[in-house]
Each structure stands twice: as C-alpha cells, then as structure tokens.
Write a protein that binds this ligand. Structure first.
Ligand SMILES: [Fe+2]
Ligand SMILES: [Fe+2]
Length: 191
C-alpha cells in the first residue's frame, strides 16, 4: 500500500540528490578550469544550473501538493567536505558525472515516477519525468566531452544554453522549441 507521503519523501530525496549534484558540478567546474579545460568547466557549470531548475520544480511540486511553503534549507544539508573529497582529475570527474546521471535516469527517477503514478500524484510524476529526460541529455553531453578528451580533440569555445523550464541543455544554438518540455526557445538562458 502506498501513500502520498511516500511521494513527498521521494520529492525531498530528489531535491537532496539534485542539490548535491549541483554543488559537485560547481566543484568539478573549478577543477576543470585549474586543469586547463575551460570548455569542460563551462559544461559542468551549465549542467549545475540545470540541476538547480530540477530543485526548483520539485520544491514547487511539494508546495502545490501540500499547499504549504517549503524551505530548501530544511530539506538539504550539503556536506561540503564530503563533496570536496570526491573531486578528482577532470577525466575522472566526467566519469563520476556520467555514472551519477545514469543512475538518476535509469534507477532513481523511474522508481519515483512509479510511486507517484500509483498515488495519482501527476504533478510529482511530471516533475520527475522532466528531470529524468534532462538527465539523459546531461549524461550524453558528458559522454561526448569525455570522448573528445580521450581522443585529445580540440575543444571549441561554444555557447551553452539551459532550458529554464526543464533543465535541458543545448550546445551552440537554441532550438525553436525545447525537445524535452516543448516550451518556446525564449525560455532558454545562456549559461
Ligand atoms: Fe543532471
Ligand atoms: Fe525544456
């Protein structure tokens, strides 16, 4: 038997996961800059912004469902020391990021969506699904950059855009509509 509280707990867990990912990518971005890879740092920074959109969406979902305002600090406590210990070299950081994104879209969000569906909490199911699809894009981008790094290909300085609705990330130019949430291109921001 499932209850709506399970869904709220899942939303909170998702917020904690996204908050840690966001901070970790900021640290990975700093490291990539130090390692001499400003373009990889740019990607980490852009995806950290995308994760903050997931945090916002999940928070909004909790507020809509419970009809109460929620304080992010009451849910998340970032252990900066632990995250800093996870920073390795940029190649390893990319691999960690790919593993994290893959775990989120293959396992975490699928399970959360199932619980939300069972309880008819469509708002949560939708928020989980938007994030899940964006994580697939994130993992593909990290894989693409890792391959470039391994082939010692030249990284060009490109524009990176983030969809402010769903956290989708696009390189070089903005599509007419977001392939993830189908919102207009005006909802994209330059990272
Ligand atoms: Fe992500
Ligand atoms: Fe989008």
């Amino acid at each position: 038997m499932f209850f709506i509280s399970v869904v709220i707990e899942n939303l909170k867990e998702a917020i904690i996961g996204e908050s840690n990912a966001k901070r970790k990518y900021e640290l990975f971005a700093e490291k990539a800059l130090n390692d001499g890879f400003p373009e990889i740092a740019h990607l980490f920074k852009a995806i950290s912004i995308a994760e903050s959109i997931h945090i916002k969406n999940h928070l909004k979902a909790i507020e809509e469902i419970t009809k109460k305002s929620v304080d992010l600090n009451a849910i998340v406590n970032i252990e900066e020391k632990i995250l800093k210990k996870q920073v390795r070299n940029t190649r390893n950081n990319l691999i960690q990021a790919i593993a994290g994104e893959t775990f989120e879209f293959k396992k975490i969000y699928k399970g959360f969506m199932k619980n939300a569906k069972k309880n008819d909490v469509y708002l949560a199911e939708f928020s989980f699904d938007l994030a899940r699809m964006a994580e697939i894009v994130h993992s593909k981008l990290y894989i693409r950059f890792l391959k470039k790094l391994d082939k010692e290909e030249h990284f060009e300085d490109i524009d990176i855009y983030v969809c402010r609705i769903c956290g989708n990330v696009e390189l070089k130019k903005i599509p007419k509509i977001c392939s993830n949430c189908e919102h207009d291109q005006k909802f994209f921001m330059k990272a």
